[in-house]
Design a protein around this ligand. Structure first.
Ligand SMILES: NC(=O)c1ccc[n+]([C@@H]2O[C@H](COP(=O)([O-])OP(=O)(O)OC[C@H]3O[C@@H](n4cnc5c(N)ncnc54)[C@H](OP(=O)(O)O)[C@@H]3O)[C@@H](O)[C@H]2O)c1
Length: 215
């Protein structure tokens, strides 16, 4: 099987762990991010500074990748995001726009560019348990995640899974920013997604709700 994966938001956190995990398992990995390449990224990862919420830049990105690798089954992990917490009057208008751009529009434009250029693909979408759990501080973040969930659920209706396997992942808290004994290990999550990307079964995982063993 072809082994090319694109990971958005690979400059830190889970995205960096995903990029390094796939690279160390023999995958051709292209990671995107806003900041310069992180020092602790595996040398096998090709890092591209790309705003994945930019429609023109993302179309160009996918066209170039198609020219380079030709027709094959590509995997895309829509991981870009970033939590901005706060109540209605604490958050500023630019915070709401940033959440929609980084969470929802990155998923829309990266998926659009992929599907416009490749006939078969696997999409893994990092949504969040927050999409179903309104809290007093997660209005902007959770709303953007709910929008992303709705969008990817709609894509699952638009395309047959034999062509585009679309897996929506709803993890609870992950320890992506330092030690946290009750949060899930990003490495475990990355290895789980790797196993899905490498699976050759007669079925696929449509939605997964992922919770820590520890409370
Ligand atoms: N951590 C958790 O507990 C948790 C739980 C459930 C779901 N999630 C979701 O899982 C994913 C990874 O979580 P995380 O904690 O690793 O997130 P994170 O540390 O905040 O990293 C998110 C990454 O996305 C990048 N990004 C934002 N906008 C982008 C854009 N327009 N184009 C390209 N990259 C962009 C950021 O780049 P810059 O740093 O350069 O801005 C950052 O590297 C996110 O979607 C998050 O919402 C996280």
């Amino acid at each position: 099987m072809d082994k090319t994966v694109v990971v958005t938001g690979s400059g830190q956190g889970l995205g960096l762990v995903l990029a390094n995990t796939f690279a160390s398992n023999g995958w051709k990995v292209i990671g995107t991010g806003l900041k310069p390449r992180p020092e602790n990224m595996d040398q096998g990862v090709r890092y591209v500074e790309l705003d994945s919420s930019n429609p023109d830049a993302t179309i160009n990105f996918w066209r170039q990748l198609k020219d380079e690798i030709g027709e094959q089954t590509v995997s895309l992990i829509n991981n870009a995001g970033g939590y901005i917490g706060g109540g209605l009057l604490e958050l500023q208008p630019e915070d709401y726009i940033k959440q929609i751009n980084s969470i929802y529009l990155t998923g829309v434009y990266m998926s659009r560019g992929l599907i416009a250029n490749f006939n078969k693909a696997r999409l893994f979408n990092m949504i969040s348990a927050s999409a179903m759990k309104p809290l007093k501080d997660n209005g902007a973040y959770g709303a953007a995640k709910t929008a992303a969930a709705h969008f990817f659920n709609s894509l699952q209706q638009q395309y047959p899974p034999e062509q585009y396997q679309i897996t929506n992942l709803y993890p609870d808290k992950m320890a992506t920013h330092g030690e946290d004994n009750t949060a899930m290990s990003p490495k475990d999550i990355a290895e789980f997604i790797l196993s899905l990307a490498e699976s050759e079964t007669s079925f696929y995982l449509k939605d997964a709700y992922i919770y820590s063993l520890k409370k």
